[in-house]
Design a protein around this ligand. Structure first.
Ligand SMILES: Nc1ncnc2c1ncn2[C@@H]1O[C@H](COP(=O)(O)OP(=O)(O)OP(=O)(O)O)[C@@H](O)[C@H]1O
Length: 307
């Protein structure tokens, strides 16, 4: 049994001199939900296309379920389900007909898998409605059902929540978590909605300009994210002086709205609040906070990039 579902080894892809992927060594553990983060054009889709066999690398290799030779890779890819960009649906067919058509086209045995997949994505009641009349959320779920045909062990999703409304995003997240937890499906998911990844990923890969900058677990991310206490008082200037003089630290920031961010994991937060209180300040808010994935990502790629 291989510990990793996917490993890439010095994977590079060039398009007419332009480097889309630059010596990427990425590894995805069995059973994980791997959040693949990067700005537009970072190289996410290129990597996904190579893994799913839609494109070839210029250099480097991939290992999928331990297979790396061409023939073995073809077999290994049968264990993958993927949804890349918007799912290709037959607009005049119902959800059930779309699934059946895909099942036949792909030569997947067992007609009974169609109702099973519909149920898995919550479309069992979609009835006679044609795909062209589906909401975007329903279309994405149908796309996911198609990807699930053949009971894949590894699901690869390129921006599955793109364009979904907040409710659709939540539904997709719950669905993916369930597939991971109940069926043990390993998931690679690229997304621009970083806060969304944060609620489900167990591992992260950060890609920037074709280079994999970092891979880390959710726990490591949490530890790396800067911790601070958010303080709101009636007189921020006075509070800043108290923090500096009484607590002897300059590791804080006064924000434009007057809120103060006092950095570091505080051993004794009570000491801070009582110093502020003793100085006659009225404390309106005193809250331990952690930096979120978005600010960590922005810092990691070295700028104020909009993801
Ligand atoms: N077929 C192609 N021909 C030429 N250049 C390409 C091709 N496909 C991708 N690229 C380039 O490779 C780089 C990586 O693109 P890629 O689509 O992998 O990024 P991405 O991270 O998936 O971004 P997005 O979120 O916008 O899809 C980009 O600079 C892109 O312009």
């Amino acid at each position: 049994m291989h510990e990793y579902v996917l490993q890439t080894n010095l994977l590079s892809k060039k398009f007419k001199g332009q480097t889309a992927l630059d010596k990427v060594n990425l590894s995805i553990r069995k059973g994980s939900i791997y959040g693949f983060i990067g700005q537009n054009g970072a190289g996410k889709s290129t990597l996904i296309r190579i893994v799913t066999g839609l494109a070839f690398p210029t250099e480097g290799t991939i290992e999928l379920f331990g297979a790396s030779e061409d023939q073995a890779l073809i077999q290994a890819r049968k264990r993958i389900g993927s949804m890349i960009e918007s799912p290709a649906l037959f607009p005049h067919m119902t959800a059930s007909e779309n699934l059946e058509a895909n099942r036949i086209l792909r030569g997947i045995p067992g007609k009974d898998s169609v109702p099973r997949m519909l149920e898995q994505v919550g479309l069992q009641n979609a009835g006679r409605k044609k795909a062209k009349n589906f909401s975007l959320g329903m279309k994405q779920r149908l796309g996911l059902a198609i990807a699930l045909l053949g009971d894949p062990e590894f699901l690869i999703l390129d921006e599955p929540t793109n364009g979904l409304d907040p409710m659709g995003v939540v539904e997709m997240r719950q669905l993916l978590k369930r597939l991971n937890q109940e069926l043990g499906i390993t998931i690679l998911i690229s997304s621009h909605i970083l806060s969304e990844l944060h609620l489900m990923a167990s591992h992260y890969g950060i890609i920037h300009r074709g280079q994999l900058l970092e891979q880390l677990t959710a726990k490591q991310l949490d530890e790396q994210c800067q911790h601070y206490v958010l303080i709101e008082v009636d007189n921020p200037d006075k509070a800043a002086a108290v923090i500096q003089n009484e607590l002897g630290t300059t590791d804080f920031e006064v924000m434009q709205d007057g809120a103060i961010k006092l950095y570091g994991r505080l051993e004794r937060p009570g000491k801070v609040s009582s110093a502020l209180f003793s100085a006659g300040l009225e404390i309106e808010k005193f809250m331990p906070m952690g930096e979120d994935l978005e600010s960590y990502f922005t810092k990691r790629i070295g700028g104020h990039a909009h993801v």
